[in-house]
Design a binder for this molecule. Structure first.
Ligand code: ATP
Ligand code: MG
Length: 191
């Protein structure tokens, strides 16, 4: 995939399909080391150990619409192409954690992409789900938490178009501050 943000979108989709009500997305980038890690935790239905061993196989899927599931195999291929890794740990009935490490200076490392858009769209399309997203760049962090936003918005739903516009602008602004003023979708992943 052309952008890491699209892989994250796929991970979020997997968690939602597994019935998750809470998602915790943590992104940490160390630009001096050229390492970016992404972790997504969910409280979805999880998987048995035997299933977990097969999720990176393209011919394993719980989809009924087609016979292949490409999200995790493509993610692993992207991560490994940079010298990094993608791992998944899960407990049935409890949830799943996916952890990805990419080396951003590798020529095959895709750009981060528009993570603000990924998160804002995911929240707006799933207003009943709680998302907590933290992003750290070189030790400086921003946090976005729907629980907090929900309490401030009172009766206005997270799916409201005005809320979506606000979330997108807020996240883009915060990310741009973390990356030192670059527009979020122009963030160079290789420094
Ligand atoms: N967070 C998760 N919780 C529970 N099961 C998961 C989770 N993520 C993946 N899985 C299981 O792993 C399978 C493979 O996931 P993968 O993203 O590779 O493919 P897919 O989602 O089935 O299809 P695609 O990503 O191509 O739309 C899923 O069908 C699902 O059974
Ligand atoms: Mg998927």
């Amino acid at each position: 995939m052309e952008e890491l943000a699209l892989h994250v979108l796929d991970l979020i989709q997997n968690s939602l399909e597994a019935g998750a009500r809470h998602l915790v997305l943590t992104v940490v980038e160390d630009r001096a080391q050229g390492v970016l890690t992404v972790q997504l935790l969910d409280d979805g239905r999880g998987m048995e150990a035997a299933t977990q061993q097969r999720v990176f196989d393209p011919f394993f899927t719980s989809r009924t619409t087609r016979r292949v599931g490409l999200g995790l195999p493509l993610l692993r291929a992207t991560a490994e192409a940079t010298g990094g890794l993608a791992e998944l740990a899960s407990r049935p009935g409890e949830g799943t954690r996916v952890q990805v490490v990419v080396y951003t200076r590798h020529i095959d490392c895709p750009p981060l992409g528009d993570l603000a858009l990924t998160v804002a769209v995911s929240v707006a399309a799933n207003p009943q789900v709680e998302f907590c997203y933290t992003h750290t760049v070189d030790g400086r962090s921003m946090e976005f938490d729907t629980a907090e936003l929900r309490s401030q918005l009172a009766e206005v739903p997270l799916s409201d178009p005005a809320v979506y516009q606000w979330m997108l602008a807020f996240l883009r602004e915060e990310l741009s501050k973390l990356y030192g003023g670059a527009k979020c979708n122009e963030i160079p992943s290789r420094s």
